[in-house]
Design a protein around this ligand. Structure first.
Ligand code: BES
Ligand code: MN
Ligand code: ZN
Length: 524
């Protein structure tokens, strides 16, 4: 299932007032600080740079008109007005950017959210031009990247399954023009190309998450990923249930055995030209296509959202496609363990002892802690294949949502690598925060009968997110720098659309992973 139409970006450097588009977008700051008492209603508003020629066409009445229409410049606010012949575009749309940062351009994330919000609000228009404040120098790249990504992601819409045409539904914007000082600039053009690759990957990962879980069980998910990966020129290997059993992938088999749809392990390989810089990156993503909890069944309320329990695998699989397009100078291997966690007569059960891929014996206490079972095998396989850096991401624990909320991911692993992930997340607008792996949490997972319990032996949920990280560490070898990114909250947005987040899958942390791979390719 893919989204109905795609949106394309291009650059323009002609006068925005004369662009033949359906709508022209300008940025609007809410002014703070001291201002003259008699400034009037418009005194609270400030047009962002880039809007100069539009403002001139309105004879200096633009901020006043926007104020009359109720604009405040608050982030994400969109106010539209008819241009009535002042500029070529019939509609001018002002998007709020919040207060103007003193002496600096708005933060990239502010621009990314504004571009997303305004392109979404302009659905129904075919061609839209964005004039947003972009620095006019070498620093322009992060701002342009943010605007480009935000526009493409804000235009995303999941096709859905409605059998009747929806006449009232306005189609996403098809073409976005971004006003820049120099449209022929090689750096700017490269950013547009990169945004198509990266945002295209995020959109695909959102599609996979939003697909109904009966239409994306492990064999179908594996086929979809394998097909896209082959088309992108990646190496593809799919282990089916027979190969998994023969290979000793006890964790993946245990979780998958309760479902009629058998489990899979998909391995994707990107090989750079001439071996790249010699570094190897492994990406691992949790691919539970539906998590009922299994025999330790979840309550009905909200269970349907567990169709998103493959968000990690969706992010990793789609990140591999973006990597294939961007061609970084580093070897990247993706591992996507896929299973459906179901209760049935063949399910694994609390009390079972499972031999994992690395030989460790795990005592199962709660079949709902299934993510760590499939990930343990995938992590051990990634280490066996060899990696210098290992990034794993999963909708692993409700504890992550309790501790850090719906926007900030939890980070555990090698401290230096966690710091790199935190910085990368900060740079791309996918915040993540480091959490510890305490000895006492590991101690609490000592099992009477096996090498480790899958959760705290007394089923104490204290430090719940940390239990997940501590468990996963058992499957990573000491020679590998690793980071576990718990995305239970940020991978799925259940509220109304906001910024460049639409309802459903968000694509987090795909852009962080791509950023990290590019960084390792550039610097090692
Ligand atoms: N997939 C869930 C975690 C989850 C919860 C993701 C909420 C997204 C939103 C995971 O498999 C799970 O069920 N975790 C349990 C672990 C417990 C049984 C140790 C949890 O978080 O309650
Ligand atoms: Mn679960
Ligand atoms: Zn789960």
């Amino acid at each position: 299932m893919t989204s109905p139409s795609t949106t394309t970006l291009s650059l323009v450097d002609t006068d925005p007032a004369e662009l033949a588009v359906d709508a022209i977008v300008i940025g609007l700051h809410s002014q703070t600080g001291e201002r003259e008492a008699d400034a009037g209603p418009a005194g609270t508003l400030l047009l962002a740079s880039g809007a100069e020629s539009i403002a001139a066409a309105f004879d200096g009445k633009l901020t006043e008109t926007l104020a009359l229409l109720g604009a405040t410049g608050a982030p994400g606010e969109v106010v539209k007005l008819a241009s009535l012949g002042t500029v070529t575009a019939p509609v001018v749309a002002a998007v709020g950017l919040g207060p103007e940062p003193t002496g600096a351009a708005p933060a990239p994330e502010t621009l990314r959210r504004a571009a997303g919000a305004v392109v979404r609000a302009l659905a129904g228009a075919r061609r839209v031009a964005l004039t947003l404040p972009l620095p006019d120098d070498a620093d322009a790249s992060p701002a342009l990247r943010a605007v480009a990504e935000g526009a493409l992601l804000g235009a995303y819409r999941f096709a859905g399954y409605k059998t009747r045409p929806q006449p009232a539904r306005r189609e996403p914007v098809a073409e976005v023009l971004i006003a820049v000082p120099e449209a022929g600039d090689a750096g700017a053009r490269a950013e547009i190309e990169r945004a198509h690759a990266v945002a295209g990957a995020v959109r695909l990962s959102r599609d996979w998450v939003n697909t109904a879980p009966n239409m994306l069980r492990p064999p179908a998910f594996a086929d979809a990923v394998a097909e896209a990966a082959r088309a992108a020129g990646l190496g593809v290997e799919v282990l089916d249930e027979t190969a998994l059993a023969a290979g000793g992938y006890g964790g993946i088999i245990a979780v998958g055995q309760g479902s009629e749809a058998p489990p899979r392990l998909v391995k994707l390989t990107y090989t750079p030209a001439e071996g790249g810089n010699g570094k190897r990156v492994a990406l691992v993503g949790k691919g539970i296509t539906f998590d009922t909890g299994g025999i330790s069944i979840k309550p009905a309320q909200g269970m349907w959202e567990m169709k998103s329990d493959m968000g990690g695998a969706a992010a990793v699989g789609a990140a591999m496609l973006a990597i294939a397009a961007l061609k970084p100078a580093v070897t990247v291997t993706g591992y996507l363990p896929m299973a459906e966690n179901m209760p049935s007569g063949t399910s694994y059960r609390p009390g079972d002892v499972i031999t994992m891929y690395n030989g460790k014996k795990v005592e199962v206490l709660n079949t709902d802690a299934e993510g760590r079972m499939v990930l343990g095998d995938a992590l051990a396989r990634a280490c066996e294949d060899g990696a210098d850096y290992l990034f794993e991401t999963s909708t692993l624990t409700g504890g992550q949502v309790i501790a850090l909320g719906k926007r900030v991911a939890g980070l555990m692993g090698t401290p230096e690598l966690c710091e790199r992930v935190r910085a990368a997340g900060d740079a791309v607008g996918e915040p993540a925060w480091p959490m510890p792996l305490p000895d006492d949490v590991r101690k609490g997972m000592d099992s009477d009968v096996a090498d480790i319990s899958q959760v705290n032996a007394g089923m104490d949920r204290a430090g719940h997110m940390l239990q997940g990280g501590v468990f996963l560490r058992e499957f990573v070898t000491d020679d590998v720098a690793w980071a576990h990114i718990d995305i239970a909250g940020p991978s799925y947005h259940s509220g109304e659309p906001t910024g460049y987040w639409t309802k459903g899958g968000t694509g987090v942390p795909l852009r962080t992973l791509v950023h990290l791979v590019e960084e390792i390719a550039a610097a090692g």
